[in-house]
Write a protein that binds this ligand. Structure first.
Ligand code: ADP
Length: 641
């Protein structure tokens, strides 16, 4: 069987062509050929198909072997080109080889033709294979580059020893190291110092044992931020199973880590919150029952037993104190709920911090004396400088709570409080020589329901809400609160509020405890109240100042009475009533009587009620249950003798 071969013969002599064909056939080939004599014919033949071999005469009347060779080379063609000549010598042979001919033969010695063709075809085959392999490699490299350059994960490659020789742009983005900085083991420099040693050791072990590697670690960026990554490196082996390097990926898992950490914190918070709520419920149940027991028990004794006036007074005081205590617990719970729903608001007005301290002193001095504790206070500003803008109610509540705690947790020694001016802030302090607080509780006690002693053996009572409310109040006022304390060495609570001096000299605020001798005794009063018990109570409290006290049970009745009687000095207006509520009644009354003093009284201890009452036309506002001292204090603002 002869091997088929396609041959382009460039020859002007038919005889020479036949000789060539003869030689080819003799050499075992079955040539399929075209014979051309001119450049034009040659180009047409080249365009027509692929040739496996070109055999060209050196010299022809209209063409030449060198011209033909040039055409082939200009086309970047690798077709074996054999030049055949009858005449020329060695010099031209060398030139032909230099210009790219595959071989050069003499017409008179065609014996070398077949071995030359065999050799050239073999070489051409190898060339084609290597060209294909090159092209495949180039394509695969291109694909790798496109993939790595645009990959959303970091990619790196190493040599067999584990030394980095390539990183993609995403790798640099994650680590903030440039390509050059990452090479060899430069990348290790960007690894967090705490992870570096372990990572380097594990990587070394992987390369030593030819194994894949996986690790979770952190990169530290030049600005100090950290990026968590998962690194995976897969070994690359040659045909014989020898390790030639690694290809690895680096995936940024910072966001995932952050979310994991947040979830852990959220879970811990939820568990903590659950624990606190359970402790709170047990605690609050005890806290509410204690005063309630006294109220129920002593009320029954008063109702059922004949008592001396003195015993009666004592029991009544116990009931009053227990009720006040109970109310303060309920107020705390309501306030915490308002704080948590984000509805707590600031109601700024001018207040005198010196007067506030004096009021606090008046409020607590009797208790302190009973406990045999020395109570004192310090003020830092002159009277005319002591006016600032803040929320009176909230500030009082914070001080009240801190001083109450100080007295509660102090057996003997002292409690002192006051303030200093620090920059543009007023820095209040409440110091005691009591039991003190362990350092690890210094922050916790400001969280709701947190108490140092939250077990069933609690000695001190309390709902665990006071400091949480104080913290929220102080922050709403624009300051911060903290404690310095050591177990057994007492505590010092601090809080700041902005100092916004008004520099207006104000008359001194009247201290809390006063006799009612400074109130008139001839007022014409209307009590608007649908609850019989409250109506009776108010009548008793107002008896000494009222020359005439009238009663209405709802808004409509109140408006009707006021129309007939324009001479009332004071109206105490309940807000929640049937038929017509207090707000509407006040609006009606104001239409014809702008002067009468109207004081709203409501059971909703919610912030915002004061504003609503004032907006409706009331002069002031007090919350139920009405403490007679608070009521007298309020009245003193409008009536004094
Ligand atoms: P309550 O006093 O109702 O328990 P607080 O929120 O006011 O709630 O206080 C939380 C806890 O902080 C208290 O239970 C107590 O353990 C601790 N604490 C507060 N003030 C003092 C103080 N002056 N001395 C010692 N411990 C205190």
């Amino acid at each position: 069987m002869k091997s088929p071969i396609s041959v382009l013969i460039i020859e002007d002599s038919d005889n020479d062509k036949e000789l060539l064909l003869l030689e080819l056939r003799r050499g075992g080939y079955d040539p399929e050929y075209i014979c051309v004599k001119t450049e034009k014919e040659m180009i047409a033949a080249l365009d027509q198909r692929e040739w496996e071999l070109i055999i060209s005469d050196y010299s022809m009347p209209k063409f030449s072997g060198f011209a033909a060779l040039k055409i082939v080379k200009d086309r970047n063609s690798d077709i074996p080109f054999i030049l055949v000549s009858g005449t020329i010598g060695e010099e031209l042979a060398v030139k032909a080889m230099k210009e790219g001919a595959s071989d050069y033969l003499m017409k008179g010695n065609l014996k070398r033709l077949i071995p030359a063709i065999d050799r050239e075809l073999k070489d051409a085959k190898i060339r084609i294979q290597s060209k294909l392999a090159d092209a495949a490699l180039k394509e695969s490299e291109l694909r790798f580059r496109v993939l790595t350059e645009s990959a959303p994960v970091g990619i790196f490659t190493t040599d067999a020893s584990g030394s980095t020789d390539y990183v993609n742009p995403r790798w640099s983005e994650i680590s903030k190291l440039s390509f050059g900085e990452a090479l060899n083991d430069g990348w290790l420099k960007a690894v967090h110092p705490d992870d570096r040693k372990k990572l380097a050791f594990n990587w070394q072990q992987s390369t030593l044992h030819n194994s894949d590697s996986k690790a979770e670690y952190r990169f530290v960026h030049p600005d100090g931020t950290e990026a968590w990554v998962i690194g995976n490196a897969v070994k690359q082996e040659d045909k014989n199973g020898n390790l030639i390097g690694y290809i690895g990926t680096v995936t940024d898992i910072t966001e995932r880590k952050k979310m994991e950490a947040e979830l852990i914190v959220a879970k811990e918070n939820a568990e903590e919150s659950d624990r606190l709520k359970t402790a709170f419920l047990q605690n609050i149940s005890h806290e509410i029952r204690t005063p309630l027991n006294s109220i129920v028990g002593f009320s029954r004794i008063i109702a059922d037993t004949e008592l001396s006036a003195e015993t009666f007074e004592n029991y009544a005081t116990i009931i009053e104190n227990s009720s006040t205590h109970l109310m303060s617990i309920i107020d705390d719970i309501i306030q915490i709920a308002t704080i948590e729903s984000g509805q707590e608001k600031i109601q700024d007005k001018e207040l005198n911090v010196n007067a506030l301290c004096s009021q606090m002193y008046d409020r607590f001095i009797t208790n302190a004396q009973i406990q045999n504790i020395s109570l004192s206070y310090n003020t830092a500003l002159n009277e005319d400088e002591a006016f600032t803008i803040s929320d009176d109610f909230k500030l009082t509540q914070v001080l009240n709570n801190l001083i109450r705690n100080a007295l509660k947790f102090t057996k003997c020694g002292f409690v002192s409080f006051g303030y200093q001016v620090v920059g543009s802030s007023l820095k209040f302090f409440v110091e005691d020589s009591g039991i003190g607080i362990a350092t690890e509780m210094h922050e916790k006690i400001f969280k709701r329901f947190e108490q140092v002693e939250s077990t069933a053996t609690r000695k001190f009572g309390g709902s665990g809400l006071g400091l949480a409310i104080s913290k929220s109040n102080v922050e709403l006022l624009g300051g911060r609160i903290w404690v310095e304390s050591e177990i057994g060495k007492g505590s010092k609570f601090y809080f700041t509020i902005p100092y916004k001096p008004t520099r207006v000299i104000k008359p001194e605020i009247i201290p809390l405890e006063h006799s009612i001798n400074d109130l008139p005794n001839n007022l014409k009063i209307l009590i608007v109240e649908d609850e019989k018990a409250v109506d009776i109570y108010l009548s008793l409290v107002l008896k000494s100042i009222g020359e005439e006290i009238l009663h209405a049970q709802n808004g409509i009745e109140a408006v009707a009475i006021c129309r007939k009687r324009p001479d009332f000095d004071l109206i105490l207006m309940d807000i929640k009533m049937p038929e017509m509520n207090g707000y509407n009644a006040v609006r009606e009354i104001r239409k014809f009587n702008p002067d009468v003093i109207i004081i709203a009284q409501t059971a909703y201890a919610l912030s915002g009620d004061r504003e609503k009452s004032i907006e409706a036309g009331c002069n002031d506002y007090i919350t139920k249950p009405i403490n007679r001292h608070t009521l007298h204090e309020t009245l003193r603002r409008y009536f004094s003798v």
